[in-house]
Design a protein around this ligand. Structure first.
Ligand code: NDP
Ligand code: CA
Length: 315
């Protein structure tokens, strides 16, 4: 019996223009297989629904339904045996950055460390450079990582940087998250500047991540107000255009229901328009047992948006 898929639709923003060339970006914490089965205690999710041989097809289906040009993933613990080979056969080039002390390694029969992975459509973009970062906080190396890739669009010649990260989880760690975010901003500024000098122009940024932080946290404020000129794409889903969605992750643990906005797609607002964002299923569609479930393979929803360079002539 094939479970019903959660229905989601693209919401077009005021900047929508069918003739503009769009860059579709997907941000998704896919839920590490070892954590889902071994550590997360999703008490309302049947273990059956987390069975990897089946769950991997739901993850692939989510990706292939939306066919992103750029795909930023967290909690990838099946890079070498699943994501990399399958997505390479579909035209994606990629990099992987494992966490130095992945909690997956504490799970019996684990498949290796989880980490961030970045995929891009190599028919559309050329890779100029990739940097794997271990994020620091207060001068100390932490267990959180990021990948920053510089890409050039074949059709337009435009270069831009795209980053993926997964910041420290859990409440009580707000100060660490904020320091990790500041370290990422510093690294992004340095990388964008060095590319920008070669390019003779400012290099736009796209930063995707599971920030593990609500919009009220310092790390969010630091990204929203940094000198890099970043804005959060999913605010375009709200009616006032200024509000983040009510949830990007929704699960039930022994401690109770956990419904939070933790995932973001940041973009340089001087360089890009947001054309469309994929909405989220309603509470009713998600169902009383929340995520993950037989119909959705992760406890985080994917964020998908179409960006477009502001100053390009329609094609
Ligand atoms: P984090 O606190 O960032 O969380 C790790 C993962 O746990 C995340 O993917 C997170 O998912 C998930 N998670 C969040 N909340 C809960 C919860 N309440 N219950 C279960 N899982 C949750 O981990 P760190 O990277 O700081 O690593 C901590 C762990 O790593 C330690 O517990 C230890 O197992 C291991 N470790 C081992 C070391 C060693 O020497 N062997 C050294 C350091 C760490 P999400 O982001 O989706 O919320
Ligand atoms: Ca998780």
């Amino acid at each position: 019996n094939r479970p019903a898929r959660l229905h989601r639709t693209f919401v077009q923003t005021g900047h929508w223009d069918s003739k503009q060339m769009q860059i579709r970006v997907m941000q998704w914490n896919v839920l590490a297989q070892a954590l889902g089965e071994g550590m997360d205690s999703f008490v309302k999710c049947p273990l059956d629904a987390l069975n990897w041989p089946e769950r991997k097809y739901l993850i692939l289906e989510e990706i292939l339904t939306h066919k992103p040009d750029i795909l930023c993933l967290q909690e990838v613990d099946h890079y070498f045996d699943m994501f990399q080979p399958i997505l390479a056969s579909l035209g994606y080039q990629s990099s992987f950055c494992p966490k130095p002390w992945s909690p997956c390694l504490d799970v019996e029969n684990n498949n290796g460390p989880d980490g961030c992975a970045l995929f891009f459509n190599h028919k559309r973009f050329q890779l100029i450079n990739t940097t794997n970062l271990r994020l620091s906080a207060m001068m100390l190396k932490t267990n959180q990582v990021a990948i920053v890739a510089t890409l050039r669009c074949h059709a337009t010649g435009r270069a831009f940087c795209v980053a993926v990260t997964h910041l420290k989880a859990r409440s009580g760690w707000e100060v660490l998250r904020s320091a990790q975010g500041s370290d990422l901003l510093l690294n992004l500024r340095n990388i964008a500047q060095s590319v920008g000098t070669e390019e003779n122009s400012d290099v736009p940024l796209i930063v995707c991540g599971d920030f593990n932080a609500e919009p009220t946290e310092d790390v969010y404020r630091n990204f929203a107000t940094s000198s890099l000129g970043l804005d959060s794409a999913y605010k375009h889903l709200s009616t006032d255009g200024k509000t983040e969605p009510p949830y990007t992750s929704w699960k039930i643990r022994p401690s109770g229901e956990s419904c939070h906005t933790l995932d973001y797609v940041w973009y340089s607002h001087t360089a890009f328009h947001v054309h469309a964002v994929l909405d989220f299923p309603t509470a009713e569609q998600i169902g009383p047992n929340r995520l993950p479930s037989y119909n959705y393979p992760s406890d985080h929803f994917s964020l998908v948006c179409d960006l477009c360079f502001k100053d390009l002539k329609p094609v």
